[in-house]
Structures are given as structure tokens and as C-alpha cells.
Design a protein around this ligand. Sequence first.
Ligand code: ASP
Ligand code: MG
Length: 859
Amino acid sequence: MTRLQIFKFGGTSMGSAEALRLAFARIQEARPRPVAVVSAMSGVTDLLLGAARSALEGDPEAVRAAVGAFRDKHLQLIAGLVPRRAARLALEALVDESAGELAAVCESVRVLRELTPRTLDAVAARGERVVARVFAEFLTERGVPAEYVDATEILFTERTLDSLWPDLARCEKESRKRLLPLVKKGKVVVVPGFIATGPDGQVVTLGRGGSDFSASLLARSLGAQKVTLWKEVDGLMTADPKAVPDARVLPELHYREAAELAYYGAKVLHPRTMVPLIDRQIPLFLRNSFNPSFSGTRIAGDVGAGEYPVKALTAIHAQALISVEGKGMLGVPGIAARTFGALSKAGHSVSMISQASSEASICFVVPAAEADDAVRALSQAFAAELEGKVIDAVKVERPVSLLAVVGLGMAGRPGIAARTTAPLARDKVNIRAIAQGSSELNITLAVKEADAPRALKALHAEFQLDKLRPVADTHGRGASVVLFGTGQIGRALARQLIHQETYFRHDLGLQVSVVAACDRSGFVFEEKGFSRDGLESLLARKEAGKPLVGKKKTADLAEGDLQKRGPELVKALGALPLANPVFVDVTAVDDAPLIRQALERGFHVVLANKKPLVAPQAQYEALFALAKERGLSLRYEATVGAGLPVLDTLKKLREAGDRVQTVVGALSGTLGYLMTQLDEGVPFSEAVRTAHKLGYTEPDPKDDLSGMDVARKALILARTIGMKAELSDVAVEPLFPASMAKLSAAEFLARVGELDADFAARVAENKRQKKVLRYVARIEKSGLRVGLEAVSEASPTGRLKGPDNQVVLYTDRYKANPLVVTGPGAGAEVTAAGVLNDILAIATSAPAGPPSGLRVNSR
Ligand code: ASP
Ligand code: MG
């Protein structure tokens, strides 16, 4: 599956050279790559429709003016945008051609005095087509290869009842066939919105504001990850801010709420936009292209009622309330049916109906401009009843406003209707009619137009919509964690994620979920992220010694199996449209090539695994170069000092212009423990055996005592501050003689006592000089060394206790008095915390920001 998203730029976002530059910036930084749907430049559709109308009215002057304005607007845009002459000339010719065609079509309308819907569509379609071509050219000129594809090649409609509706299956087939190969080639496809192919192959339009609909249609057809509508407003609001000054932007809404708002007059969104998205659960974002740092409104299917039963208010003005009244109507069947029958025959669609329970009146709302005609139709239909006084009168009241109170939480919650009417009564707003939609998603009120602003303010205050704050509002910010390894660290990490979920979501506005976990037996995944329960049961399974997949005991699976699983995992997960995917390696597998694959497939990477970072220097640099090139993060805080902010501190120093000269570190919890045991006079062998029994050491204690683990950390630190070195460049002093290196763990433990006398002598000698032994990594320009050092008892390193880790940084600024980071530096919990911090750093960084990871810059 190709990962992609849809961006749609509205008329204002295409309205000027400056606006197109902003649109370019949004596209350039976007990951995954967007397919762009564009509206006509603001005002252009009106201009075109006006030209056609003027032609019909026989006003050639007005037509000429409109054609000229259409031409000038686009030529001006091109002049400010495309400096290269050849490209500019081609676009100018295109504009001329389109303007010429417009003039010709209008002329034939003028002569024939006939304007068919087909002709009108052909006139209007050019607005988006021209600007889409200009934009595609501009993108390409600026180094983002783009290609124009006409909407009529990929979006098809059919006639259902009396209106056009997209042929979803055909849209899907054709747009995939035409666009996916281009997307795979890395092209940004630019498609004109608003238009499609009609039932007999002609170009049709999708209704005013229809390019929103084009975008969601395309998102569904292509299986996009999300749709973003870039507009000139911050998002959908709790109410029209012109009427209600303390209206707020809605951080999130359910599809149904958004549809209801759009239908009841929120002009920001075309009411049909949500329809293609719902069954595919594709989230829709409304963002402001002139305020791109604002998160906007997220519209999706996972949004609940929350604490606000009512989320927003809308108003439609200039309406008329018509009522058919008469005591004689009582019990007479068919009055309602005939009322709406007559209206429908006269071509009026009714927006609200309410019938008094006495049945003595039926009232409904139509646009004020249609009221006279509607009354005429009804008077004719009920001529006999009016004569016979079955119906007393058909009355009209206008102008009225229709207010809709919308929210998912209204359903089934009693008292909302009362809370709707009470504040209005208090403010002396007379409610002319009230109706609740059967969806219970809205209550609609008809009030005198003059009362509408007061009514809106009162309702807004009643439902405390001014208090709405962007809680639980992640706007797709977050991370999809792919967990490679489910050992102690992996499990501790999963626990921490479960534990912090609510905090991340509510306080940080982040959705961090685990989408896959892998162990030696294989991997399991859940594209939308494991639920809390799902993750708990995985953990329980692992804790019971069971593998993730199949029946074999974990103990029966070889470590090498894990190595094989990695590529499978990356391949499978890389094909899913995950939001901000992060590959988290908490294994000890030697897997630099795997990390490379993960980056190539678009994963950010977080490592607790040191192995890929101690690969040969060239490989190491290639990894970071790849991450940088792809705009991905490669972070590894947990590899040194576990959760201690060691690398983070180095990074901050460097960002502030400081330079690190020397790093001295106590980087092994195990060896730290042994050293402080020695301080207390415990014989070396006893300290080693206890540590082994307590699980402080690796199964073979020589793995710790060899110093190799510390050497790896030293190399990672050295490379992080820009030194070039290999693992073999680190001078390592093991804590046992070479003659013991080949012993098995058991043999070694049996003979470790042979080392006691030597250690005891060194400890005693140091004590006299007020010194203690520490196992230290020393990173200096002259070289890398890890081994025993006698340090003053009073120094920071000398004061170190137990398994605590420490890093001492000598820099240009921290010279005599170094910067010291000390704290617990071993154990699954703190290591997982270090990993979690890296994940959060990725989740909070702008979706496509430059890598904030640590780069090697050679001095
Ligand atoms: N340009 C069309 C209109 O003004 C479609 C759109 O902008 O969405 O209605
Ligand atoms: Mg660390």
C-alpha cells in the first residue's frame, strides 16, 4: 500500500502568489506525500458564473469585463510566481486559451439566449483547471516534482434520482490506476477540485464549495491516511464569531456532528464532505493555511460526546416560517401529506417541520425568497379547505432565522431541550417553532431574525461553549510504536505507555500507541494501535513465558530467530499507513542493516540497542545521513546511562555553541555496584557472586567484567560529540587476566577468588591516599580508554554509590568545574523511560520537522 494523504487548498489559499507560496511550503514539508486538490482562485467561480449569466441577459459589455478579469487575475498570479520565461509563456498561453474559450461560449449563450446546466458547468470548470496547472508548474519549478491530472480522468458521477452522485467504485478504480504510479514515482499530483465526469462523459460540477467533496472522494478512492482542508479560517467554531464574540475553535468533532453543522449553515465545510470518509474511518482536518502552526479541527469517527453535550450552534438567516392553521384540521387525514406534496410539486424544499400536537397547525421553514411562491402553491392546493374553513389561513412570518444546537451528547440525555429553551425565555426571545431531528443530534429553533444574535449568545453561554479548551485533542500528533523486542525493557516500556496514555492524550495532546510487537516467535500487529486491554494481554502472555505467536516456549527459540524476524517486521509494518511510525529496538541483536531498512521504509528509530551504533564508522555515518535525508529521527538516549539525559545534555550544549572537550563516565551499573562493594571491604569474588545471584550481571559475569559494554557506550559518546573512531580503537582493561577469558561462567565463578588478593591490595593502597577504585570511561581527543582508575574519594566519581551512573562533561564553558549528570543508570524501568523520552520527542516534534536527533559533525 502506498502511503499518502490528501491536501485540499481552498480559494483563498490559491488566491494570490503569496498564498501559493504558503501552499507550497505545506506540501514541501508534508509526510507522507500529499495529493493536492485545489479550488479556483477566490472569486473566480463567481466571476465565471456571472459571465454566463450576463451572456444570457444579453449584456456583452459585462461578459467582456468578466473575461478580462478572469484573464488578468491569472496572468498576474503567474507573473508573481514563475520566473522562468519558458514556463511562464506556456502558462500564459494556457490562460489566454481558457479565456478565449470562455468568451466564445458566452457569445453563443448570448446569441442563443439559452444557458443549459451543461454549458454552465463547462464555463465554471475552468477556474480550478487553470489554477491547478499553474500550481503544478510552480511546485515543479521550486523543486517538488508535480503533475497535473484532470479530475475528469479520475472522478465519475452517475445520476441517482434527480441528482448526481459519485460512482464510488469507478472513482476508486480509475484514480488508483492513474495516480498511484505517479505517487510511487514521488510526484505530487495536483487535481482540480469541484469537477468530475458526468453520466454522459461531459464535465460536471459538484455544487458550490464542492472541492471539499472532491478531496474526500479522492481520499477514499486512494485509501489515504487523512485529508486536510487548508482554508482561511482556523477550523470549525462553536458559533459564528461575528454573532458570538467568545466563540471557540472546535478541536475535534465526530463526522456526524460536522455534517450536521455543515448542513445547518456552517459555511466552512461542504455538507457532503464527510460521506465518503465515514465507512473508511479516514480523519479529516480543517487547518488554516495562513496560520499553519495552529492545529485546527479534527473530524473523525473516534470522537465521543465528551463533557459537552452541545458542541456548536449554527444559524441560517433569511428564512420564512409558514404555517397552515385551522381548528377544522383536527383529525382530518392527509393535510400534512398534501401540504408537502404541494410544496414539492412547486419545487420547494423544506428545512424544518413542526406540527403542533393539537394538530391545529403545521409549520415549516423555507428560504424567505421562496415564501410567496410557496404560499401561492398552498392556497391553490387547499382552495376548497380555505373556502370551507377547514383551514383558517396560510400564514407567513419573515425574516426568521433557523438556529441549530448540535452535539453528539444530546442523544438520550434528558433536559437538553429544556436547557435550550430556558435561557431564551430569560432573554425574552420568542421561539416560533422548535424541532428535534430524529438523530437527536440537533435541536432546531426558529426565531425572529432580529432575535438571532441574542439567542445565539444566550445558548452559547448556557452550554459553556466559551470554556471549550483543546483537551484530548491530538490532531494526529503522536507516534505509532513498533516494538522490536519484548524482553524486560520492552515490557517495561509497554507498561509505561499504558500508564501514561491518558496524560499524553489530555495534557500533551499526543496519541502514542503500540501498533506492533515482535519477539523470537514472530510479531503481532494492530494497525489502529493495541487497546489497553490488548496490550495488557500481550504482556500477560509474555510474562507467563509464552511466545507472541504459536505454541513453542520462548526458551526453545534461538536468539538468532529474533534476527530473522526484524526484516519481516519492517517489511510488513512499512506497508501500513501508520501515523508517525517509530521503530523501537530494545533488543541486543547486531542489526545495523535492519535499522537502515527501517529508515528506508519511513520509520523514525529509537534505540536502546547499542549494537547498530558501534558498527563501523562509515556504516554509522550512513545511518544518520539516511535519517537526515529522509527527515526522520534516529535517537538513542537509552543506550548511555539509561534514562539519564546524557545525550540530550550534549545536544543542548552543542546547540548553545559549547564544545565538549573531555567526557569521563562511570557507565556500568554492574561495575559500579562491584566497586562500591570493594569500598566497603567486601572481597571481589564475594561481590561478583552476589551480583550474579541478584541478576545484576549478565548470565556470564565476564560479559560485564570484560569492560566491552562500557567500551561500546564510550564509543557511542565519542561519536556523538563528533569523534570518528571504531570499537577496536577503544583501549579496554578487563577486570580479569587474559588467562581466564576462555573459562565458562561456572568455571569463572569457581575461580574468581584468585583475584581477591590483588584487588584487596589495591583497595588498601588507595584508601591510604583517600582514593577509591572506579571503572571509568575516558573520552579525550587523544583517545578512548575504559578501565580502572583510582579517583579521589571527594570527587564526583568517588562519591558515586552502587549501580548509579555518572557522566562528567568538560567543555569550553564548563572547564574547571565540569557539568555532571548522575543517577540510576541501569535497570529495565529507567532504560524504558529513556526510550519513552525519545519516543515523545519524536511525537511532539512537528510531523515533518528536521531531524532533532544527534548528528555527527566532524570537527
Ligand atoms: N470553486 C468552487 C466554488 O467556489 C468550488 C470550491 O471552491 O470548493 O464553489
Ligand atoms: Mg541516557
